[in-house]
Design a protein around this ligand. Structure first.
Ligand code: FAD
Length: 321
């Protein structure tokens, strides 16, 4: 029997949705090993959040300390490793977000644990778990066997459903030792404020590429009508047309919304790696040979500057506005 420790991610007292997907992955693992799912929650003033998390049927270990107000890998990693030892975790994981990707390998190093990143699913049999993860922009699916006693991992949130509420679990307070002088210090958190949903959490994403020629206005109008986030190809980001954090793909964000609209995007494998898990893909491209049409559920061979405004008008008419 091996327990599973999932590290929760919160910002300003709000739980990142990706955590619920990581907990679901933890529940799959615990089902295999016969262990329990524990959740490490680090930060300041965690009372409400601890109770909310415990509602998912897990034991929450709340490390509530002024020194953990802002995320710093050097401060968080020893606390997580301490909780992992305390609960006898055989598996330590988090969602493969910027936070999880930064923290988990450090925890793994402290615990002498091998680490599998961007895990899509679990293989092997019974408690002998292997980790399935993408390689070569998702063109190869590797099955990785971690042979250390403790195994660390990050999971792609898009590959696991969000955990469901269950019988309320326990909340345990964790005593946090003074970390002493750290090699890094928190300076400032500059949040990008947007009325739109966060790209990785949006139900609908409208994305544009080089075909927009830098004019994202029609796409933004469509996105706002649909309550969508706006995404972009790397070509559009590299041209400086849109912010970096809009990039979808191998070196950008991985999204799996219910609807992904790709306009003026050719469909390079590095872009597809970030959106091919979307439930319904609509491609608008004036080149009928564009590779994106091979993946799209609905393809429109058209000039986006004509098709998108028409779509906007139709949706507005449908909504009666
Ligand atoms: C290591 C590595 C990592 C990478 N990571 C990423 C990544 O994370 N994300 C990513 O996106 N790319 C990534 N790339 C780049 C990727 O290979 C492509 O270069 C990029 O995705 C192309 O962007 P695009 O589709 O916007 O541009 P293009 O390939 O130039 O395609 C533009 C498309 O717009 C169409 N078009 C033009 N005008 C119109 C119009 N008026 N109406 C409709 N359609 C029109 C064209 O027919 C064409 O298909 C990476 C590359 C490498 C080597």
């Amino acid at each position: 029997m091996q327990n599973v420790l999932i590290v929760a991610e919160q910002s300003g007292g709000h739980l990142r949705k990706a955590t619920l997907h990581a907990i679901a992955a933890g529940q799959v693992l615990a089902g295999r090993t016969g262990g329990k799912v524990h959740v490490a929650l680090l930060g300041k003033d965690l009372g409400g959040l601890s109770t909310e998390l415990a509602g998912y049927g897990v034991t929450v270990h709340a490390a509530d300390s002024a020194g953990l107000t802002h995320y710093l890998a050097e401060a968080f990693a020893p606390v997580v490793a301490g909780i992992a030892k305390e609960v006898g975790a055989g598996f330590v994981g988090a969602a493969a977000t910027a936070f999880g990707k930064d923290l988990v390998p450090r925890v793994a190093a402290r615990m002498g644990a091998a680490c599998a990143t961007e895990v899509l699913g679990f293989g092997g049999s019974g408690a002998a778990v292997t980790f399935q993860r993408p390689m070569w922009a998702g063109n190869v699916l590797a099955e990785v066997d971690l042979t250390t006693p403790v195994k660390a991992f990050t999971v792609r949130p898009t590959e696991f459903p969000a955990a469901a509420k269950g019988a309320a679990g326990e909340v345990k307070a964790v005593a946090v030792a003074d970390p002493g002088a750290l090699p890094t210090r928190f300076v400032e958190f500059k949040e990008v404020k947007s009325e739109r949903p966060e790209l990785t959490e949006a139900r609908v994403v409208v994305a544009g590429g080089r075909g927009t020629k830098g004019d994202f206005k029609p796409l933004e109008e469509l996105a706002d009508l649909l309550g969508a986030a706006v995404g972009a190809s790397r070509a559009a980001v590299d041209a400086g047309w849109v912010p970096n954090d809009w990039q979808v793909g191998q070196t950008g964000k991985v999204v799996a919304p219910e609807l992904y609209v790709a306009a003026g995007i050719s469909g390079a494998i590095q872009h597809l790696a970030g959106m091919k898990g979307s439930k319904v893909i609509v491609a608008i491209n004036k080149d009928s040979e564009a590779p994106v049409f091979q993946l799209a559920d609905y393809g429109l061979v058209a000039d986006l500057f004509k098709a998108v405004p028409e779509l906007v008008e139709k949706i507005k008419a449908g909504k009666g506005s």
